[in-house]
Structure formats: structure tokens, C-alpha cells
Design a protein around this ligand. Structure first.
Ligand SMILES: C[S@@+](CC[C@H](N)C(=O)[O-])C[C@H]1O[C@@H](n2cnc3c(N)ncnc32)[C@H](O)[C@@H]1O
Length: 344
């Protein structure tokens, strides 16, 4: 049956207060094409609109990658496609970008957005996969390797902001934390299988958590299935500890569990091991990391690659975002950029 009043405007979703607070209520931010002025206001206030990710250190990344017309590029962590969009513009005409991401929920939206921006399948090929498998993909798609490779590690703002994904402790949601919810187990299930010594090791190795022994026993007393329940249990366990910032521990525990359920260090190690073979002679790679466990691995791989003669040049020091970017986008504050250039 047809709609009797097709032109009637849709009612805005109901929410309490003047402005929507919950992720799913922010209908204007979810439709930036229709509400461009409202979205611009959110951006100007230093916040990231719901359903969007602001690319970090774009200028610095383009400078070190120096993508040229006709080149083959790989964005290992496509996310919202902000970096990819810039690289695609630089490799036109005749260039080709392979965009990878493990997230089956966000990837189709990003692909659709990039197609609308005018990047057809001959220019942009999207692959839902873990970047640990990059070498196999390139052996099929670009056997001589890529000129440019980018990896912007960690999670996107779309993943963090959506409570249903379980990455944020600010809003209640299932304790999941998987980038690909079709694989592996959610963090709640992982917690349920751990012993205190194993959880203590996980918190120390993945996030340098100083209160790991105390938290390891406190967090296994009862099953924890939601993000807010985990945050509350951490705050309660640390309540009597002098000079402690419980929310820093909450962040670190979430990070440690996220790294574990997504097997992030194993993926990064495999990627770094195969990286020199994925680059053409003279090819450039840039990697953005967000915590010391990641940066240590990248630094070590580049250093040994340079000693072995695989890289002609590597970043001497880590590159950090400027004060202006950190002010405009606080999520960039912990970013560290390293780069390398393959020998000719
Ligand atoms: C920080 S975001 C990237 C944002 C992107 N540079 C942009 O401009 O929108 C990181 C993305 O990498 C993806 N990711 C993280 N680890 C991955 C892995 N091992 N393999 C594939 N994708 C991964 C996440 O799902 C997320 O979408």
C-alpha cells in the first residue's frame, strides 16, 4: 500500500532535553549531507560528530608518503576513509588504492561514501580483511608491491561512539570490543575464561596497568557483561587506593581487553614482518600508533629493517600532532607517527 502523505516531514526522534545526548539520537550528525551546518558546528567545538571519524595528522602523513599520480597505494585501516580520500586524490589519474578493514559494519558505509565521492572500483578496491594478510592480498592484486602503505592503528570514532560495539565505558552496552563481531569472542566471554594470573599478565602486557594484581582478582568475582558494569567494578576496586586516578585504569583495562579480543599485537607483528616485501623499491610506509605497546613494535621493526638494509631511511624520531590539531581534535593527542622508505 502506498503512503497516503508521502511529503510529510518525518518527526524528529524523541529525546529528553534540548539536544540529543545518546549516540542513536543524534540524527543530524548521522546525516552530514542533510545537516552540513549542524555537523560543522560539532566539528568546530572540538567534538567528532556521531558516525564520523576525523583523520589524524593528514598533512604529516601525505608529506612522508608523498603519493604520486599513477601509484599503487594501500590503506590498511580504511575506517571512515579520511586518509584514503586524500591519497586517492593524489594518485589520480590511473592510480589504485586497496582499502582494507576488518570491520564488517562500517566498511560498507565507507565504501558507499567513497564511491559517491567519485572513486570507482578501478581506482578503489575495498577488502574486508585483517591487514595481517596484506602480503597474500598483494601477491594477487599487485605482485610487484605497493608504492605507498598506510596503517592508522586502533579503533575508529564510529566504533568508539556506538555503545552497541562495547568500546566506550561512558554509555551502557554489551562488553564486546571486537572490530569484527563475526569472529572470536566478546570481551565478556574472554573475561569469564581467565584466571587471575592470566588477567594480571594481560593487563600488564597490553596496557602497563599499575594496579593489575588488585584488579585481576577484583574483576573475576562475578561475571561482567556490560561496559558500565566493568567501569563500575574497576572504580570500586580502586576506591581505597591513595593517589590513584580510577578512570585512567578504566581506559587501560578497556584497551588491554580490546587488544586481546582482536589479537592486535599478533596482527601488527605479522604485518611488520611482511612489510618490506609488500613495498616496491623506494616505496613508503607510514604507521600511526596510539599507545606504547604499538609504537615499540613499529620502532623496533623499522630499526632492524634499516640495519638489515631493507629500508633506506626511517623516521629518526616519532612525529607528533601539532598543538592546533590536538586542540581541534583531542582524539589525536596520543598519536605517534613513524615512517620508512624501502631501499631501491
Ligand atoms: C583509527 S581507524 C582508521 C581511520 C582512518 N584512517 C580514517 O581516516 O578514517 C582504525 C581502523 O582500522 C581497523 N583495524 C584495526 N586493526 C585492524 C586489522 N588488524 N586489520 C584490519 N583492520 C583493522 C579498525 O576496524 C578501524 O576501522
Amino acid at each position: 500500500m502506498s503512503d497516503p502523505q508521502p511529503d510529510r516531514p518525518r518527526r524528529r526522534p524523541r529525546y529528553s532535553g534540548k539536544n540529543p545526548r545518546r549516540f542513536e539520537e543524534k540524527y543530524k550528525e548521522h546525516a552530514p549531507d542533510r545537516y552540513a551546518a549542524d555537523v560543522a558546528k560539532v566539528l568546530a567545538s572540538g567534538k567528532t560528530p556521531a558516525g564520523m571519524h576525523r583523520p589524524i595528522m593528514v598533512r604529516e602523513i601525505l608529506e612522508v608518503l608523498a603519493p604520486q599520480p599513477g601509484e599503487i597505494a594501500v590503506d590498511c585501516t580504511l575506517g571512515y576513509g579520511g586518509h584514503a580520500q586524500e591519497i586517492l586524490s593524489a594518485i589520480r589519474p590511473d592510480g589504485r588504492l586497496l582499502g582494507l578493514d576488518a570491520d564488517p559494519l562500517e566498511l560498507p558505509k565507507t565504501e558507499a561514501r567513497l564511491r559517491t565521492l567519485g572513486f570507482p572500483p578501478e581506482t578503489l578496491a575495498v577488502h574486508r580483511m585483517n591487514f595481517a594478510g596484506l602480503a597474500q592480498l598483494l601477491s594477487r592484486e599487485a605482485p610487484d608491491g605497493a608504492d605507498v602503505i598506510l596503517a592508522d592503528l586502533g579503533v575508529s570514532s564510529m566504533q568508539i561512539d556506538n555503545p552497541a560495539r562495547g568500546f566506550t565505558f561512558k554509555t551502557a552496552g554489551p562488553l564486546d570490543l571486537r572490530m569484527n563481531p563475526d569472529r572470536g569472542q566478546p570481551a565478556s566471554a574472554l573475561l569469564a575464561t581467565l584466571t587471575a594470573p592470566k588477567l594480571e599478565r594481560l593487563l600488564t602486557e597490553n596496557a602497563d596497568e599499575p594496579h593489575a594484581p588488585l584488579l585481576a582478582s577484583a574483576l573475576l568475582r562475578t561475571p561482567i557483561t556490560t561496559t558500565t558494569a566493568l567501569a563500575a567494578a574497576i572504580r570500586e576496586a580502586l576506591g581505597a587506593v591513595p593517589r590513584c586516578a580510577p578512570d585512567d585504569s578504566v581506559r587501560r583495562v578497556f584497551q588491554a581487553l580490546r587488544i586481546a579480543v582482536n589479537d592486535e599485537f599478533a596482527a601488527l607483528d605479522t604485518f611488520l614482518r611482511h612489510l618490506p616485501g609488500c613495498l616496491r623499491p623506494g616505496g613508503r610506509v607510514a604507521i600511526l600508533t596510539f599507545h606504547s605497546g604499538e609504537d615499540r613494535r613499529v620502532k623496533h621493526a623499522f630499526k632492524t629493517g634499516a640495519q638489515d638494509g631493507l629500508y633506506a631511511e626511517i623516521a629518526r624520531d616519532v612525529v607528533r600532532p601539532g598543538a592546533e590539531e590536538v586542540r581541534a581534535n583531542p582524539r589525536s593527542s596520543s598519536a605517534k607517527l613513524r615512517w620508512a622508505r624501502k631501499s631501491e
